[in-house]
Ligand binder design. Structure first.
Ligand SMILES: Cc1cc2nc3c(=O)[nH]c(=O)nc-3n(C[C@H](O)[C@H](O)[C@H](O)COP(=O)(O)OP(=O)(O)OC[C@H]3O[C@@H](n4cnc5c(N)ncnc54)[C@H](O)[C@@H]3O)c2cc1C
Length: 387
């Protein structure tokens, strides 16, 4: 078999975005591999679809702004509506310290060009989301251009667009490892059934990205972290256009999607079982108790326990993505570790990786903060536990 020019490992939103952007740049002979039987086998299908530019670091704000511009042309570019709905993100603070963190993040956001992010008072919050109890709320932050996207529509658009441009997608292909030359180039991808020679490889394996890196000399620090979601039964108790509403203190948040209210609350994963994506009854009880206190209208609306789901975030030590060539293996590129923001950032990251692969550098955005070497150099991005 002749070597495909580019083999992309993983056909989630990152792999699909990379394939489409490379094909648009004129790269021919791209092969996308995924072990799933169909699109959506990984985290992309589990995402709730939040989109925001209110982050605490310049690089994440800028990734969102680039993604947002691309979402606006996505239907034209791919023929699929990405479901971008700017219903806003509303952050709620219960202490002066939380409010100060929001203020500091907003300074970064404004400097990066997100002018419409503002501070809000409890009176503003009452208008923006009347369903939320203002008990203990001292203020918050609001950005009207944040909101939602449809994760599977983004994936479908990138995949369909890529296939129209000649990208081949092979489902049911379980990747086992990479074959390297002694002087540090990837020469083939080994699946359970075949050896696929390659010119260039892209690792877009989401929460599972670390394992195939064994033997490359670079320990990719991406670990899985379970995130659970509790949907209510179908209800119109809250409006479809309600903003994403997030409590800074414990990360509890809620949104309306497909006529249900989705309740979320970040907790540590299952101890000792990093890839476990079962939903815990205790967690469901906990998130429901929070919802009942904070959004009294939900006391009358039961959670749909069989419809609860969980999935895996792909976490890095500084909770920022990893983008670029692998140290020591220059034809193995990484697009990993978005740490829970991968759907919203995939349009930007796919474009940026195509620039790196085709031009040797990015032109749309300075992505130095995302370089893989930072973990070796111990030059990590600041981690905000709040946003
Ligand atoms: C509950 C939840 C809510 C989320 N909410 C949001 C949100 O609101 N906004 C947002 O932006 N992000 C959100 N995310 C994060 C988002 O889902 C991820 O960041 C994003 O989907 C990562 O995309 P990916 O393509 O890297 O990974 P994936 O979609 O996981 O794709 C990786 C692919 O690799 C394949 N694969 C893995 N191992 C192998 C192997 N050995 N061989 C072959 N194929 C393999 C998998 O089948 C999969 O299709 C959420 C995640 C979860 C779990």
């Amino acid at each position: 078999m002749t070597a495909p020019e580019v083999v992309i490992l993983g056909a989630g939103v990152m792999g699909a975005s990379t394939a489409w952007h490379l094909a648009r740049r004129g790269v021919r002979d791209i092969l996308l591999l995924d072990r799933g039987a169909a699109p959506g086998a990984g985290s992309t299908a589990r995402a709730t679809g939040g989109f925001r530019a209110q982050f605490a670091t310049e690089i994440n704000v800028r990734l969102s702004l680039l993604s947002r511009a691309k979402l606006r042309s996505f239907a034209n570019d791919t023929g699929v509506d990405p479901g971008y709905a700017p219903y806003g993100y509303l952050w709620l603070a219960t202490t002066a310290q939380e409010l100060a963190a929001l203020t500091e993040a907003r300074r970064v956001q404004h400097a990066a060009g997100l002018a419409e992010a503002v501070e809000v008072t409890p009176d503003d919050i009452r208008l923006l989301n009347p369903a939320v109890s203002l008990d203990g709320i001292v203020g918050g932050a609001w950005c009207p251009t944040d909101g939602f996207v449809a994760p599977l529509a983004l994936l479908a658009g990138f995949l369909a667009g890529a296939e129209r441009l000649g990208v081949r997608v092979r489902w049911g292909a379980e990747i086992e490892r990479l074959e390297l030359e002694t002087h540090g180039r990837a020469v083939a991808v080994r699946t359970t059934t075949e050896r696929i020679p390659c010119g260039t490889v892209v690792n877009a394996l989401g929460a599972w990205a670390a394992r195939p890196m064994e033997g490359t000399g670079f320990a990719l620090p991406v670990t899985p972290l379970r995130r659970q979601v509790a949907p209510t039964v179908p209800t119109d108790v809250l409006p479809a256009a309600m903003p994403m509403t997030i409590f800074v203190g414990d990360g509890f948040h809620l949104r309306v999607r497909d006529d249900r209210v989705l309740l979320l609350w970040p907790t540590p994963g299952a101890p000792g079982r990093p890839f476990d994506d079962a939903v815990d009854d205790d967690w469901v009880q906990g998130v429901v108790a929070k919802a009942h206190t904070r959004v009294p209208a939900l006391r009358a609306i039961p959670v749909d326990r069989p419809a609860c789901w969980a999935g895996l975030y792909e976490i890095t030590p500084d909770k920022h993505a990893v983008l670029g060539p692998t140290p020591g293996v220059p034809n193995l590129y990484l697009i990993n570790g978005s740490s829970g923001h991968g759907v919203m950032h995939a349009p930007a990251l796919g474009q940026l990786l195509s620039e790196i692969i085709c031009d040797g550098k990015t032109s749309s955005l300075d992505v130095r903060p995302l370089r893989p070497e930072r973990f070796v150099e111990r030059d990590l991005n600041p981690v905000s536990e709040l946003l």
